[in-house]
Design a protein around this ligand. Sequence first.
Ligand code: HEM
Length: 206
Amino acid sequence: MFAAGTETSFIALEWAMSELVRNPAAMQELQREVRRAAPADSAAGATATPYLHAVVKETLRLHPPVPLLLPRECMRDAAVLGFHVARGTRVFVNAWAVGRDPASWGAAADEFRPDRFLAEDREVDFRGAHFQLVPFGAGRRACPGMQFGLATVELALASLARLFDWEVPGGAAPGELDMSDAPGLTTPRRVPLRLVAKPFGSEEQA
Ligand code: HEM
């Protein structure tokens, strides 16, 4: 339970920061939102922010921490998209491929565009009713820690975006960030994310 909860949430947070650093306009939009919602000198956390929700959704769409979900066994003979699936077959659902399918997400399926969840895809959610977005699985064996995981990732991400500005070390361009993942049961970044944090407002205080 501890591993299922901590590793997945950390992987989601690291990918969210990677995508935001690579997409400075999205980072700025998020920072504007969370800084407006909870100014830096306030003790309150920033919650209930639509762009923050959209950033986390878009991150989980492109980088589901459990890319093949958990294996299932087919209970009876079935036909899926013209394929015969025999009773007893072990089935894996490729949530990674589902989340990048242009048939569901359009020509920009591989692009990080959080605002799709505030516009054309605003009704799409990951609670198990929309099969084009299944980072937590679906049905009776879907992730029981979804709400806790989401709260953890959103709170941490809001704090990082609210309190710091972020740069790639050595002045490298954000687009040069290595975005490859390490294949496995979970998909963390292949190379751990290293960024330079600059406290927000530090220049004014100096
Ligand atoms: C962003 C965070 C998380 C993601 C993306 C995630 C994703 C998943 C996925 C994809 C599954 C398999 C669902 C399926 O095969 O249909 C799963 C199962 C599970 N998750 Fe999570 N999870 C997260 C956070 C958590 C947290 C915080 C906890 C506990 C505190 C947790 C506990 C579990 C458990 C116990 C299962 C197995 C459920 C079963 O087999 O019935 N997860 N999770």
